[in-house]
Design a protein around this ligand. Sequence first.
Ligand code: BJW
Ligand code: ZN
Length: 243
Amino acid sequence: MTISAQAKTVAERIRAAQRAAALSGAGMSVESGLPTFRSGSRALWRNHDPMTLATPEAFGRDPALVWEWYRERLRAHGAAQPNPGHVALAELERRVPSFTLITQNVDGLHLRAGSHDVIELHGDVRTSRCVRCGERVPTPIDGKTPPRCACGGVLRPNVVWFGEALPAGAYERAYEAAAASEVFIVAGTSAIVFPAAGLVEVARQAGSFVVEVNPDETPATSRCDLSVRAPSGEFLPLVVEQL
Ligand code: BJW
Ligand code: ZN
């Protein structure tokens, strides 16, 4: 099937749906110029593997190093613009009676593209919280590293690292959206991090039409009704065009 025939199929399913949802990952922001976590050497940050930086252990060992990484990313997020894939998902929210966007991304680009019903499963980097008193503040982009709270405690980015719980209620809402969906779009994720990746199976078990949009195969591919081997920034706008 050609990409445009695939877009037509997805558009038909979406037109008929009362409820749809999407799960997005780092690949969604590639066309905004942001790197993924696991795609080759470009994913490395000054020879550090992001997967070893995104842990409470790394923060405990070297908070300044981890902060440097997040501050650099925060600056890159500010300089980046939502791409046509983000814009297309925001448009789907306007077209489908209920459309929930579940994202693993902390870059805020879905919100900036105009999506409102967004669940940020892995938190966000725009805010930070005090490890001592729990106070939440806008992330200080400059200044001392690590930044400190008014109480003197160390601040940490308000994101979810490995072994940590997701934000209160976030998984439950995501589960409900996946289970209630008639169409479920999985875009730009390697689908290896749980519990996010498990939502694909939740949607599938609920009888949703599951579509993967990713240039590469993933462990979720075999669980999908349709696999689109294309960048999300190219494919999702084609779906909107066909609506
Ligand atoms: C394109 C593209 C283009 C490229 N267009 N696509 C069950 C089984 C096994 C393990 C576990 C399990 N349950 C839990 C675990 C442990 C762990 C886990 O999943 N480990 C796996 C590695 C095996 N999970 C956790 O620890 C989670 N917590 C938890 O379960 O807590 C339990 C608990 C309960 C109660 C109390 C206490 C604890 C937390 C997971 C947190 C993940 N955090 C990170 C960092 C977030 C902050 C930050 O951004 O720095 O989240 S790690 C990183 O991975 C980040 C991402 O959101 C996440 C997923 O990555 P993503 O988005 O898929 O990116 P990539 O790079 O992997 O893939 C990009 C894809 O894009 C590729 O496929 C490309 O092909 C594609 N692509 N260009 C479309 N143009
Ligand atoms: Zn504090």
